[in-house]
Structure formats: structure tokens, C-alpha cells
Design a binder for this molecule. Structure first.
Ligand SMILES: *[C@@H]1O[C@H](CO)[C@@H](O)[C@H](O)[C@H]1NC(C)=O
Ligand SMILES: *[C@@H]1O[C@H](CO)[C@@H](O)[C@H](O)[C@H]1NC(C)=O
Ligand SMILES: *[C@@H]1O[C@H](CO)[C@@H](O)[C@H](O)[C@H]1NC(C)=O
Ligand SMILES: *[C@@H]1O[C@H](CO)[C@@H](O)[C@H](O)[C@H]1NC(C)=O
Ligand SMILES: *[C@@H]1O[C@H](CO)[C@@H](O)[C@H](O)[C@H]1NC(C)=O
Length: 396
């Protein structure tokens, strides 16, 4: 049965958990039949063809709507080189937790003996119900000299509820301060650790609560965010503790920010002494673990109105987002003027010249949530699907 976004929204609005999806797709394809009891025969799956001895760049992006994934390739190291536009210190991982909306590039060398094909796996993280057992994305890495199909058990994931492992792994990801980058320039004058912090925002993510009979999620203490004064130095956001059991990933439009710290417990002024002020990675999303905090440093130098939101669509739909108005007279001239064909919706609709555009405003208002969700029918029940995209690009 195909479940439409309206029905999903209704469930979410009524406090019903999204539950387990039918599957995890990799480039739109269901799993290789790694387990005959779980995967029906005849389902198409992805095969990544490779030449022995060569190294490939693999870009992995979690474009799902609510679940963190663990990505791994059987018997192969993942040499992390990039995340969200920043070059990283190059380190090998046997697997990587990828939260909703995050992206990573790995260099993978075809250094195995091709006695068989190898599994490429994306399995759900931090889920705690039996419905998830059958939900695993599996593709195939096929060497041109492969001796036969992949068989046997999938490579082990980390303990599924182990947030300590995941946080330690996240902390190990460092910015490569000697590699070139478009912005900001690590070799040049930009040193985020030396910028005076002028504002601190503690943004608390709470579990959903009933407000006027409706389930809503909140980022409390942020309704006063839009500043009327110029902001040109650093601002600092704290995205803080959630005593829920869920992990949340946050995205900020228009910026890369520096992830300088995360830890369990409650953030205090003393937590600042633990910040990484040298090579915290610059990225546009960051996860916040349950009962934990994440600190980011951000230089608000890009004028405009920017959206900070939960990437987990159920939380976002229930209201977990804020808009940040960045006003900077020094840079406002660089802000692009409203285009001629701007669509004036809501309170400004009287400025709108054409009726058909007013109608579009209404349609857009209906569509505004879940618009980023990819949904395809894969098996029987719901159609909520986690998707990973893997782009394999030959590099050497
Ligand atoms: C990563 O692992 C590969 C083997 O898969 C090895 O050749 C390479 O030296 C390792 N790189 C680092 C930085 O550890
Ligand atoms: C940083 O990036 C450069 C260029 O890609 C690379 O050669 C170097 O090994 C990287 N440094 C570290 C510590 O990974
Ligand atoms: C190929 O590698 C696997 C795993 O490392 C090993 O178990 C197997 O014996 C090797 N086969 C050959 C023919 O070298
Ligand atoms: C996982 O589920 C079990 C049984 O439903 C429960 O006892 C346990 O507390 C849950 N663990 C977490 C971390 O949510
Ligand atoms: C939430 O978790 C923090 C950190 O573990 C703890 O100090 C705090 O008392 C908890 N709050 C509630 C309401 O449980």
C-alpha cells in the first residue's frame, strides 16, 4: 500500500511514530538477496563494477527522512577525504555513521583478492524494535576478476544503540587545514578559533509535546533570534540536550559552521575548554545525540534569512525549525535583490499581480513540509524509505 505524505503528516501530527520503512534503497534499488528469508527473489539491486588495484571516490549521502545509517563495504577500508564540502584529515574507517542529510566522500582501493563479490551495506542506527530487522540496504561491489557472488553474513555493524561509539567517531573527523578549499581558507587569515565569540545561543531540542491539542516539537529559546543589530563577528550556537532517545541532525542554510565539540551531559560555560579551536570540520549539518550537546561556531557573514532545521522530517514537520535573519550593513549590498518574478505569498499577496500565482502560493503552503522526501513504493506496507546515494568516481 502506498502511504501518501498527507497520511504520514497526519500520523506524525497525532503523535504516531513513523515506524520502520519497507526498506533502504541505494540509488533507488532494493537490497541484494543476502538473506533469502528477508529479501524476495527477483528484486533489482545495485552492482558497482570495479577494476582490481584501482582507487575510487565514493560519495555517500543519507537522503532519508528520519534514520541515521551505518555505511560499510565488506573487507574494504573507507578512506575519509571530504564531508559537506570540506576536505578532512584522511583516515581509514571500516564503517561510518551517516545521519540524515549528511554527505561524505571516501577513497576506496580495490585491494582484495576478488575471491567473491563484496557487500556494500547501509543499516539503520539507533533503532530499537524488531520491525527494523529486515530493513537493510545492500548493494554489491563487483571486481572485474571476481570469482563469484557475495555470500555469508553481512559485515558487522557497530552495536546498534551505541551512541558513544558514534560520538567518538564523529569527534575523530577533523578538518584538513593544509588542503585547498574555496571558503573559508584555512591557510589564509581565517582562523575560526581566534574570532571573539560575541553571541551565544543555547538551542534546546525537546521531545514532542502537546500544544493546543497538537503534537509539536520545539527549539526553545530561539524565538528572539532574529537580531536587529549588525552581526559580523562570530556567533555561537549551542544545540543542546534532548532527553528523548532519538538522535537529531540539524542543517543550517547558507553557511558552513565549525563543529567544535560534542559530549554527553549538559553544556556549561566550562564545556568551552574542550572545544576544538583548530581543526573542527566546517560543514552544514550536525548531529546531536540524545542527552548530549553539540557546539558549533559560526561566523554570520552571509546576509539574508536562513533556515535552521531538524533534518529528521518528522521533527521538522512538527515545528523544529527557526529562521535566522542575518543583517550586516557591510555586506547587505551583496545580497541579491528580489527578482522581478518573486512570488508574494501570505500577508504580501496583495502585491501579487496574477491570480494563478496566488493559487500557487496556496499550493506551496500545502507542500512546504515533506517536500524533500523521496518516496517510492518498494514493498508492501508503508513507503517511507531511506535512500542512500552512492556515486562512484574513478580517481586513480
Ligand atoms: C588506508 O587503508 C589502505 C588499505 O585499504 C592503505 O593502503 C592506506 O595506507 C591506509 N591509509 C591510511 C591513512 O591509514
Ligand atoms: C590533506 O589534504 C591533502 C590534499 O588532498 C592530502 O595530501 C593530505 O594527506 C591531507 N592531510 C591529512 C593529514 O590527511
Ligand atoms: C582471499 O581473501 C580472503 C579474505 O581476506 C581469504 O579468506 C582468502 O583465503 C583469500 N583467497 C585467496 C585465494 O587468496
Ligand atoms: C529498547 O527496547 C527495549 C524493549 O522494548 C527496552 O527495554 C529498552 O529500554 C530500549 N532501549 C533503548 C535504548 O531505548
Ligand atoms: C536530561 O538529561 C540531562 C543530562 O543527562 C540531565 O542532567 C537532566 O536532569 C535530564 N532532564 C530531565 C528532565 O530528565
Amino acid at each position: 500500500m502506498l502511504m501518501r505524505q498527507q497520511e504520514l503528516r497526519k500520523d506524525v501530527g497525532n503523535g504516531v511514530d513513523l515506524g520502520a520503512p519497507d526498506g533502504i534503497l541505494i540509488i533507488g534499488l532494493g537490497p541484494f538477496r543476502f538473506d533469502e528469508a528477508l529479501v524476495p527473489s527477483g528484486s533489482p539491486f545495485l552492482i558497482v563494477n570495479a577494476e582490481p588495484g584501482k582507487t575510487y571516490r565514493i560519495r555517500v549521502h543519507n537522503v532519508g527522512i528520519s534514520t541515521s545509517l551505518n555505511f560499510r563495504i565488506q573487507n574494504h577500508n573507507l578512506l575519509l577525504v571530504e564531508t559537506e564540502g570540506s576536505y578532512t584529515v584522511q583516515q581509514n574507517y571500516t564503517n561510518m555513521d551517516i545521519h540524515v542529510g549528511q554527505s561524505f566522500s571516501f577513497l576506496v582501493t580495490m585491494d582484495q583478492n576478488a575471491s567473491s563479490d563484496y557487500y556494500i551495506v547501509a543499516s539503520p542506527r539507533f533503532v530499537n524494535s524488531s520491525g527494523w530487522d529486515r530493513v537493510t540496504g545492500v548493494a554489491i561491489l563487483h571486481y572485474s576478476n571476481s570469482q563469484g557472488p557475495a555470500s555469508g553474513p553481512l559485515p558487522d555493524p557497530p552495536n546498534v544503540m551505541d551512541t558513544y561509539f558514534s560520538m567518538n567517531q564523529a569527534r575523530s573527523i577533523r578538518w584538513n587545514v593544509s588542503a585547498g578549499a574555496a571558503r573559508p581558507n584555512p591557510q589564509g587569515s581565517f582562523r575560526y578559533g581566534q574570532i571573539t565569540v560575541t553571541d551565544v545561543y543555547v538551542i534546546v531540542n525537546k521531545p514532542p509535546e502537546l500544544i493546543n491539542g497538537k503534537w509539536r516539537t520545539t527549539l526553545n529559546g530561539v524565538s528572539d533570534l532574529p537580531p536587529s543589530t549588525p552581526l559580523k563577528l562570530a556567533q555561537q550556537f549551542k544545540i543542546s540536550g534532548n532527553n528523548d532517545t532519538t538522535i537529531q541532525n540539524y542543517h543550517l542554510d547558507g553557511y558552513a559552521f565549525f563543529v567544535v565539540g560534542m559530549d554527553f551531559g549538559v553544556w556549561t560555560e566550562n564545556s568551552r575548554s574542550t572545544y576544538n579551536k583548530w581543526d573542527g570540520v566546517a560543514r552544514c549539518t550536525t548531529q546531536v545525540f540524545p542527552e548530549a550537546w553539540t557546539a558549533i561556531l559560526i561566523s554570520l557573514d552571509n546576509s539574508g534569512i536562513w533556515n535552521l532545521r531538524a533534518q529528521n522530517l518528522n521533527s521538522w514537520y512538527l515545528g523544529q525549525e527557526v529562521y535566522i535573519s542575518v543583517v550586516n550593513p557591510e555586506a547587505d549590498s551583496s545580497e541579491i535583490a528580489l527578482p522581478e518574478n518573486a512570488i508574494y505569498c501570505g500577508l504580501l499577496s496583495s502585491l501579487q499581480k496574477y491570480d494563478f500565482i496566488r493559487k500557487r502560493c496556496r499550493d506551496q503552503a500545502q507542500r512546504v513540509h515533506f517536500s524533500g522526501a523521496s518516496s517510492t513504493s518498494y514493498a508492501s506496507r508503508t513507503i517511507l524509505i531511506m535512500l542512500i546515494m552512492v556515486y562512484a568516481t574513478f580517481v586513480g
